[in-house]
Design a protein around this ligand. Structure first.
Ligand SMILES: *Cc1c(COP(=O)(O)O)cnc(C)c1O
Length: 396
């Protein structure tokens, strides 16, 4: 499609005329599909004829979501999963064999780290966690077994931004595949395939849904690979997205553009306020002009995103007290919802990461992560401000 992203986010791929003119995509809440005759069933299972057989192998509502996401991420195809981790594990199992090596951004999502550890112990997968500041940092950990570079950018929750063009150029030179976890940006802020990434995945639970009511994942990439993933690490492992969840995501996506604009506006406002606040020892936000990766952010992202982290004076005690004093903002992990969500990565999202590695990731006990919601920015700030005051001035 040649229309703008804002327009493609809204318009559907399905043939409305074939569905009584229905404006929205029908919900095919069915597990199986009836064949006109035995031969039709045979042809479909043989892959000789297009058509649905069983929802684990494909469903029209889920397919509509997959078409939309492939379009928005500018890839040939996409496959939906029951969770972001379903997507992460399926693409990595597709690309890696036992004994292979993967280069991963340091600070990667806690459960992705958990997956790498599990597969290292069970199947001899090896990996290196690095900051990916430049080519030489990649060169240093490259081994003959390296097959994949796995990138999260901006990285959760330390917001480090990785130069996607630098990484993909290095990967091309060495015959490696690049997988980008684009959860934090959504295709509205960043389309990694345009920088040369091979696979783009999302926890669609976050900005794609936007409403905090679905757990889902998606992988976007070349049709050849997506077809294999659909018939192997999706079909045979089975982290299949249900039709109703796909339908909720299709509904959520329609407002992705306007939501992202507001998330970004609110995060920028909170950054300005936190900068001047007492009790805040540092702030990490890619839109900060003194942020080390600010130039890369400007190069590859439309806007710096709706996530912001800061360190509170007083360590874990102050951080937990801050969370406990919140009245409007919600104490919760996840991100990208209408509600502002605030969490303590060291004891929540990254609790599974051993302390030594966690500190190398830049996640200390004082760090607090904010997912700026869609509320009025003054109301979000008023709540954060009163909570900061209570947490950093209270005695004992
Ligand atoms: C939440 C998240 C995941 C995992 O997604 P689920 O939908 O919770 O399985 C992966 N990567 C990032 C960056 C996330 O924020």
């Amino acid at each position: 499609m040649d229309k703008h992203l804002e327009t493609r986010i809204i318009h559907s791929h399905f043939d409305q005329e074939r569905h009584y003119g229905s404006l929205t995509q029908p919900l095919y809440q069915t597990s199986t599909f009836v064949f006109g005759n035995a031969e039709e069933g045979e042809r479909r299972f043989a892959g000789e004829e297009e058509g649905y057989m069983y929802t684990r192998l494909g469903n029209p509502t889920v397919a509509e979501l997959e078409h939309k996401m492939a379009d928005l991420e500018a890839t040939e195809s996409a496959v939906a999963f029951a969770s972001g981790m379903g997507a992460v594990s399926a693409v990595l199992m597709h690309l890696l064999n036992s004994g292979d090596h993967v280069i991963v951004t340091r600070g990667v999502y806690g459960c992705t780290y958990g997956f790498l550890e599990l597969f290292r112990d069970k199947y001899g997968l090896t990996y290196d966690l690095i900051h990916m500041d430049d080519e030489s940092s990649l060169e240093q950990v490259l081994v003959p077994e390296t097959k994949v570079i796995y990138v999260e950018t901006p990285i959760n929750p330390t917001m480090k931004v990785v130069d996607l063009e630098m990484v993909t150029a290095f990967a091309k030179k060495h015959g490696l595949k690049v997988v980008v976890d684009n959860t934090f940006s959504s295709p509205y802020l960043q389309q990694p395939s345009l920088s040369g990434a091979d696979f783009i995945l999302h926890s669609a639970t976050k900005y794609i849904s936007g409403h905090g009511d679905v757990i889902a994942g998606i992988v976007c990439g070349p049709k050849e690979d997506m077809d294999i993933i659909r018939m192997s690490t999706l079909k045979d492992i089975g982290a299949v997205l249900g039709p109703f969840d796909a339908w909720l995501l299709l509904r959520g996506i329609k407002t992705l553009g306007v939501r992202m604009d507001r998330h970004c506006e609110n995060a920028a406002f909170l950054f300005d306020k936190l900068k001047q606040a007492d009790g805040v020892t540092s702030i990490i936000y890619p839109g900060d002009s003194s942020f080390p990766d600010h130039k890369i952010t400007q190069k590859q992202m439309r806007k710096p995103g709706g996530m912001i982290s800061f360190e509170i004076d007083g360590g874990k005690k102050a951080a937990q007290s801050f969370l406990n004093h919140l009245k409007l903002c919600k104490r919760a992990v996840s991100l990208g919802d209408a509600e502002t969500l605030i969490q303590h990565p060291a004891s929540m999202t990254h609790a599974v990461v051993p302390e030594e590695e966690r500190l190398k990731m830049g996640i200390n006990d004082s760090l607090i992560r904010i997912s700026a919601g869609l509320e009025h920015k003054e109301d979000i700030w008023a709540d954060i401000r009163q909570s900061l005051l209570a947490a950093t001035t209270q005695e004992g």
